[in-house]
Design a protein around this ligand. Structure first.
Ligand SMILES: [Zn+2]
Length: 79
């Protein structure tokens, strides 16, 4: 009787522990991805010369500083 309840206790402890670890991991991964997405939101890779540059403005067609061609803003970061 005691052994069964002890086993159950250990099982519950492990389940709670794993759940906490798993949710912390998911949360850390989610916040890391959100931070990276925010960091690369204004990063554009030129379609003509593959030059990566930052464009903080909200113009729909930012101009490449190296070759001067217009680039479409990639919603996924352009990388
Ligand atoms: Zn370019």
């Amino acid at each position: 009787m005691i052994r069964v309840s002890l086993t159950l206790l250990i099982f519950i402890y492990l389940a709670v522990f794993l759940t906490v670890i798993f949710s912390l991991w998911i949360w850390a991964e989610w916040s890391r991805q959100r931070r990276e997405r925010r960091a690369v939101r204004h990063r554009i890779r030129c379609a003509m010369c593959a030059f990566a540059f930052e464009d903080p403005s909200e113009t729909p067609l930012p101009r490449c500083p190296r070759c001067g061609s217009l680039n479409e803003r990639d919603p996924f970061g352009g990388l």
